[in-house]
Design a protein around this ligand. Structure first.
Ligand code: F42
Length: 327
């Protein structure tokens, strides 16, 4: 099993570079940078990481072809690949619907758009002259003026159609999930394929004190509840009343600083379902379950730990070595 870390570029570049380098030194294999227009730009951050890391693979986790044209994605990731000595990976998905709406972008036929974009990007990365007339994208004899080698492509996917597409066109899939039931659902929707990396990114919180780890995950879990598809919540018995209560508490916490109420609204059981949180022993057990389901890369997502640097070191010392054994 390999290990990745997801970093949100909602802090300054030097801080992300620090965490990425720490992750590299702690034994992580991948650093994934999320992409939303309102955060620092993912490709710009990746170019900084190309210089401040030496071994780890670095990529978008995930960009989308609605807010960056596929040809520009190809050029940007090829640049990162060149700058990093061939360590770039491209995560691409449909994009977050609500974030795209803020900038007036309609996420039309998303699976088709991702499929077309990947075809264009692969052609451009190969150095081909690309002529493409799709339903969403059109490329007229386009060609990059430089080549930087192959870049593995991961498709961010949750829904059955996108999962199927990921296994058809991707070198890997990047699934957002934590609970074995959700991961099993996703894995069952992939088509069997050799040399395909099944990467699962979970909301994650580790601490030597279990209570601290659980409490620390509550804000992230509240965000997940408020944006999670109804089917997923229903799968875990989280009903409309609980969801509404959490949404209200989340708004109150931000509006009035009512954080204690939010901690009460998000029960420890919900944290268990929608994140992987606890002591190193707890989380190793949870990740082992995912490994048995066919997961080949585990990606730690926010909040990681109360003290992020301390948590990254703890993962490197007590989690990765335990899970790599026999993998
Ligand atoms: N989104 C971001 O904007 N930024 C990120 O950094 C980010 C990271 C990330 C990491 C992992 C991951 O798995 C997802 C991540 N996302 C991120 C979210 C991602 O961009 C998508 O929003 C998310 O994965 C949801 O995608 P999905 O797989 O659920 O696909 C959506 C589009 C969906 O509804 N799919 C359904 C399915 O079954 O797969 C059906 C879609 C469908 O049938 N659509 C038809 C079509 O042609 O596309 C058309 C239907 C119609 O009429 O419009």
């Amino acid at each position: 099993m390999e290990f990745g870390i997801e970093i949100l570029p909602n802090v300054k570049a030097y801080e992300i570079e620090y965490y990425a380098k720490l992750a590299e030194d702690s034994g992580f294999d991948y650093v994934w940078i999320t992409d939303h227009y309102n955060n620092r730009n993912a490709f710009v951050i990746l170019s900084a990481l190309a210089k401040s890391t030496q071994k780890v693979k670095i990529g978008t986790g995930v960009t989308n072809p609605f807010h960056v044209n596929p040809a520009v994605i190809a050029s940007a990731i090829a640049t990162v690949n060149e700058m990093s000595g061939g360590r770039a990976v491209l995560g691409i998905g449909a994009g977050d619907k609500f974030t795209l709406e803020r900038i007036g972008v309609e996420r039309r036929v998303p699976t088709k758009a991702v499929k077309e974009a990947v075809e264009i990007i692969r052609g451009l990365l190969r150095g081909d002259v690309v002529d493409f007339k799709g339903e969403v994208f059109r490329v007229d004899k386009a060609k990059l003026s430089f080549k930087s080698g192959d870049v593995p492509i991961y498709v961010g996917a949750q829904g059955p159609k996108m999962l199927k597409l990921a296994s058809r066109i991707g070198d890997g899939v990047l699934i957002n999930a934590s609970h074995p039931k959700d991961v099993e659902f996703a894995v069952n929707n992939l088509e069997p394929k050799d040399d395909f990396d099944v990467a699962v990114c979970s909301a994650f919180s580790v601490d030597s004190n279990r209570d601290v780890a659980i409490q620390n995950a509550k804000v992230v879990v509240a965000f997940i509840v408020s944006s999670c598809p109804k089917e997923v919540l229903e799968r875990h018995g989280i009903d409309e009343e609980i969801t509404e209560n959490i949404r209200r508490a989340l708004n109150d916490a931000f509006a009035k600083g009512n954080w204690k109420e939010l901690e009460k609204a998000v029960s420890d059981e919900i944290v268990e379902v929608l994140s992987i949180s606890g002591t190193p022993e707890d989380v190793v057990e949870r990740i082992e379950e995912l490994k048995r389901l066919g997961v080949t890369q585990f990606v730690v997502g926010s909040p990681i730990g109360r003290d992020k640097a301390k948590a990254i070191k703890l993962i490197g010392k007590e989690i990765i070595p335990n899970l790599r054994e026999g993998s």
